[in-house]
Design a protein around this ligand. Structure first.
Ligand code: SP5
Ligand code: ZN
Length: 340
């Protein structure tokens, strides 16, 4: 039996965001290295099923297929910050004026960002580039057809990042980069099961009829990212009908969650008839998660995984959120085990 390839690079751990600003308070940053460490530990405990591998380092060209040059330049500017210095974007220009920003000036970061929870420091570029390398390598490998399912331990996460903006702990859109690799070879379905709406991924493919984005998440009237993720957002132009949002209230348990997947997402997948599936897998739906507000338990992730494994598509599972670090590894392995 071949084991499931799981991509991860140890230099992803060099990035250690110390704190964040949220709802007016300064707090310990949720997106800690403990997250990846917990997952790596669980994968190693199940060596018979999962094979940890290091990716090739992503080329600038592959990033530029999705993100604009200014955003990339900003991260390399962050790479010149002194050790230990953190910059939080805090000025966010809005409206229709023709602003100009300079990505070589770190204090212009707010132009390329939409929240104050996503710090820049000397290590962010290295970690984000390796995080993206995992999903791109997974996509290239899935095209070879040897394995049907590959896992990308992407950390920092990606689904809030768009072409030209970062935020929500996300710098490069790892799932989007994988989709970009697969798209020339066939229709790509992205299903986002993170607690939060994947606003970045939605934006990237909103006008695209070759990449269908579906997300099931906490109702944005109540939860981050607040201003998008509504069912009325169905795509635009050629992409009209190729975007689907399912918003659920806080406290949702497995049964209504799975019913919503079966009622809304699975039929959309069958209609779209994709050649590839990318699962943006966040685990902040876990009942103990400090940020998410659903009532999903460890064994439930296996049940959720089964819904997608049944489709029998070439599948890339890309790590997104999940902040109850003690159980993150076992929750991840619970989901993955539905695919082995
Ligand atoms: C990838 C991902 O899951 N990003 C989530 C970004 C959420 N940002 C808002 C976090 C608000 C933190 N609130 C902490 C409450 C502690 N009780
Ligand atoms: Zn999330």
């Amino acid at each position: 039996m071949t084991r499931m390839p799981c991509y991860f690079h140890p230099d992803q751990l060099l990035f250690k965001p110390a704190y964040e600003w949220a709802f007016g308070d300064k707090m310990r940053h949720s997106e800690s290295t403990k997250r990846a460490e917990s997952i790596v530990r669980s994968l190693k405990e199940n060596k018979d099923k999962y094979e940890l591998m290091k990716p090739e380092r992503i080329q600038l060209k592959a990033i530029r297929d999705l993100h604009n040059y200014q955003l990339i330049t900003l991260y390399s500017t962050a790479g010149t910050l002194p050790e230990g210095k953190t910059v939080f974007p805090s000025i966010f220009p809005k409206g229709s004026r023709d602003y100009s920003a300079d990505p070589t000036n770190i204090y212009h970061a707010g132009y390329y960002c939409f929240d104050s929870g996503t710090p820049l420091n000397r290590q962010v570029w290295t970690a984000a580039a390796w995080s993206a390398s995992n999903s791109v390598e997974a996509a290239r490998r899935i095209l070879k057809g040897k394995e049907r399912v590959i896992y990308s331990l992407s950390r920092p996460p990606g689904h809030h990042a768009s072409k030209d903006k970062f935020g929500g702990y996300c710098y490069f859109n790892n799932a989007g980069l994988a989709a970009r690799v697969l798209r020339p070879k066939g229709r790509v379905m992205i299903v986002d099961i993170d607690f939060h709406h994947g606003n970045g991924t939605q934006e990237l493919f909103y006008k695209d009829d070759k990449v269908f984005f579906a997300s099931i998440h906490g109702d944005p009237r109540e939860y981050y990212p607040f201003f998008c993720g509504f069912p009325s957002e169905t795509g635009a132009g050629k992409g009209e009908g190729y975007n689907l949002n399912v918003a659920l209230s806080g406290g949702t348990k497995l049964k209504p969650y799975r019913d919503a997947i079966r009622k809304h997402i699975i039929p959309a997948i069958h209609r779209f008839d994709p050649q590839f599936l990318i699962l943006s897998a966040g685990f902040d739906t876990y009942y103990q998660d400090p940020i998410g507000n659903f009532d999903i338990h460890t064994d439930d992730f296996y049940e959720i995984g089964l819904e997608f494994n049944k489709l029998n598509l070439p599948t890339i599972i890309v790590q997104e959120g999940g902040y109850f670090t003690k159980d993150l590894g076992k929750n991840t392995v619970s989901l993955l085990s539905a695919f082995v």
